[in-house]
Design a protein around this ligand. Structure first.
Ligand SMILES: *[C@@H]1O[C@H](CO)[C@@H](O)[C@H](O)[C@H]1NC(C)=O
Ligand SMILES: *[C@@H]1O[C@H](CO)[C@@H](O)[C@H](O)[C@H]1NC(C)=O
Ligand SMILES: *[C@@H]1O[C@H](CO)[C@@H](O)[C@H](O)[C@H]1NC(C)=O
Ligand SMILES: *[C@@H]1O[C@H](CO)[C@@H](O)[C@H](O)[C@H]1NC(C)=O
Ligand SMILES: *[C@@H]1O[C@H](CO)[C@@H](O)[C@H](O)[C@H]1NC(C)=O
Ligand SMILES: *[C@@H]1O[C@H](CO)[C@@H](O)[C@H](O)[C@H]1NC(C)=O
Ligand SMILES: *[C@@H]1O[C@H](CO)[C@@H](O)[C@H](O)[C@H]1NC(C)=O
Ligand SMILES: *[C@@H]1O[C@H](CO)[C@@H](O)[C@H](O)[C@H]1NC(C)=O
Ligand SMILES: CC(=O)N[C@H]1CO[C@H](CO)[C@@H](O)[C@@H]1O
Ligand SMILES: [Zn+2]
Length: 452
């Protein structure tokens, strides 16, 4: 127990000394879209494993509901639940402004301006410039500011080009870039196309993603940035298998004139045209494979209720089910489902001077990534839904004690103290020993005033 204590203090000292080295902390945040947590166990990914080996790994990240791309990417960079940052779906309608948002028309700042992403805060607080390669929202003037360096979104631009731009920006000295984000569309695109259970095709795509990780690591090494730049690799959501046998056909339950379908599947956003109650009752009666909620009934745990862009009725399909009006199914994988489902969870790995080495965590909420990133960059975080304490086991300069360890330490301290107390009591109450030791005893008693 005492050994454990000593190890602890030694560990804490080493950690503190470690993080004091770099003067301008720098951070690169990377997202591989749709990288489900268990792909790490199913597939051989040598470059990613090398990255994780001397960094930290969070096996499962609890992402935010709905488990879609735009909402979760904005949660990661704001620390806010979707109802609080306003990007509540990939397809939205704002009734007040009568505006429509989709992934093909996402550049109106109106949609993004209810939150301030970390790349803007970083520049506003004067720590340095930000750079972005195609992270959702990073080419939009949010709070009238874009990252100092950014690329207009274009899915045809190869990973290598994005990574090279990011590394050269991180290597620039005028201005100093201390925060950067990098986004890549795979393995999401292939996950939709083949389904996550197609190990042959997914294996091929993940091998490619792994090569991209290797490419990025090599570029950072070649620029001499590898030892100083902190890198987080994570994702927005996982992927579930879906099939043509698991369809919920709305046309069988109610007429299309009854409602407008704002967002489709697996969380459908329904805007009733006339009588909300009638539409609700027809939908309630439609399928046992989806939940039907009036906006005010949406469970608290989703943190998905208090925003005008959340429509009056939402339908949440069970895992693997697809909501359609009458279309046939053209994909074998999907996401967006309940964020309690393990299949919806991505992973997170982080490496660099600000992070622990060889540390492993079971879970972390994606709202907690933001306060951790602010901590690494030395930024004052904006109001958010994350908790830095939840992420402290990622960070080299934070105390990280689990409950069993804490109990161990308390018991250890108690045992040490009670041992000392016993020794003192025994030595005070000792009866006069037998003759041969009498003189010795006298000497040791002389020391008592010094101890007491
Ligand atoms: C994009 O959305 C804006 C509103 O935010 C709208 O005015 C514009 O017409 C849309 N453009 C396209 C091509 O749909
Ligand atoms: C945008 O930034 C300015 C400072 O430049 C700040 O006063 C304002 O509150 C910010 N807007 C939002 C929505 O946070
Ligand atoms: C997107 O990138 C591709 C490949 O670099 C390029 O050929 C194309 O012109 C770009 N599209 C736009 C709209 O910039
Ligand atoms: C996908 O694979 C998992 C685990 O191997 C299995 O439990 C599940 O039934 C499979 N789903 C489909 C749709 O094949
Ligand atoms: C990085 O910057 C340094 C100094 O500004 C320069 O010597 C080096 O060539 C750059 N490396 C790359 C890969 O751009
Ligand atoms: C709503 O749907 C029901 C059931 O299909 C249909 O009878 C009714 O005509 C529809 N109402 C409108 C306004 O479309
Ligand atoms: C789906 O419904 C639309 C509109 O009612 C109709 O035009 C189309 O033929 C239907 N498609 C199928 C596959 O039933
Ligand atoms: C999330 O954070 C925002 C901003 O501080 C706050 O307004 C909101 O109430 C928080 N949500 C929850 C569920 O605590
Ligand atoms: C799926 C479902 O709940 N169907 C019900 C819809 O309502 C009719 C009549 O009220 C019932 O008979 C169905 O079982
Ligand atoms: Zn995605």
């Amino acid at each position: 127990m005492r050994l454990m204590l000593i190890l602890y203090f030694a560990g804490a000292l080493i950690c503190c000394a470690h993080s004091a080295g770099d003067s301008v902390p720098r951070l690169l945040l990377v997202s591989f879209d749709g990288f489900r947590a268990d792909y790490l166990e199913t597939y051989k990914l040598p470059h990613l494993q090398e990255f994780i080996e001397d960094g930290v790994l969070v096996r499962e990240v609890t992402n935010s509901f709905i488990t879609k791309t735009f909402p979760n990417h904005y949660t990661i960079v704001t620390g806010l639940y979707e109802e609080s940052h306003g990007i509540v779906a990939n397809d939205m309608y704002d009734a007040d402004a009568k505006k429509v948002f989709s992934q093909f028309n996402d550049s109106d700042p109106f949609w993004w301006d209810e939150a301030v992403p970390i790349w803007v805060t970083n520049q506003q607080q004067g720590k340095g410039a930000s750079a972005a390669a195609m992270w959702p929202g990073s080419d939009v003037k949010i709070n009238n500011t874009t990252p100092h360096f950014f690329m207009k979104y274009n899915f045809s631009v190869k990973f290598e080009e994005r990574a090279e731009r990011i590394v050269s920006w991180l290597n620039s000295s005028e201005p100093v870039v201390n925060f950067a984000v990098l986004y890549w569309e795979e393995p999401d695109a292939s996950g939709h196309k083949y389904g996550p259970n197609d190990t042959q095709n997914m294996g091929r795509v993940l091998e490619e993603v792994d090569k991209h990780v290797g490419f990025l690591m090599n570029k950072l090494k070649a620029a001499g940035l590898w030892d100083t730049v902190n890198v987080i690799i994570t994702s927005d959501h996982g992927m579930a298998s879906c099939s043509a046998e698991k369809l919920i056909v709305l046309d069988k339950c109610l007429g299309r004139n009854n409602y407008t379908l704002i967002d489709r599947t697996p969380v459908a956003a329904v805007l009733p045209r006339q009588n909300k109650e009638v539409v609700y009752n027809l939908l309630k009666n439609c399928s046992s494979h989806m939940k039907v909620y009036l906006k005010e009934e949406i469970p608290d745990r989703f943190h998905y209720r208090h925003h005008r862009r959340i429509q009056p009725i939402i339908l949440v399909a069970d895992e693997g089910w697809t909501i359609v009006q009458n279309e046939s199914l053209s994909k074998l994988g999907d996401h967006g489902y309940d964020n309690a489902l393990p299949s919806m969870h991505p992973f997170l790995a982080a490496r660099g001077p600000a992070f622990r080495r060889g540390s492993r965590l079971g879970a972390l909420a994606n709202v907690d990534i933001y306060p951790a990133m602010c901590h690494v960059l030395g930024l004052a975080p904006r109001p958010n839904n994350g908790t830095l304490a939840n992420a402290k086991c990622l960070l080299a300069d934070q105390w990280c004690i689990s409950v069993p360890e804490a109990v161990g330490i308390v018991i250890g301290v108690f045992m040490v103290l009670s041992t000392f107390t016993c020794i003192i009591i025994i030595s005070k109450n000792r009866v006069v020993p037998s003759r041969p030791f009498a003189r010795l005893q006298l000497q040791s008693d002389d020391d008592d005033p010094l101890i007491g």
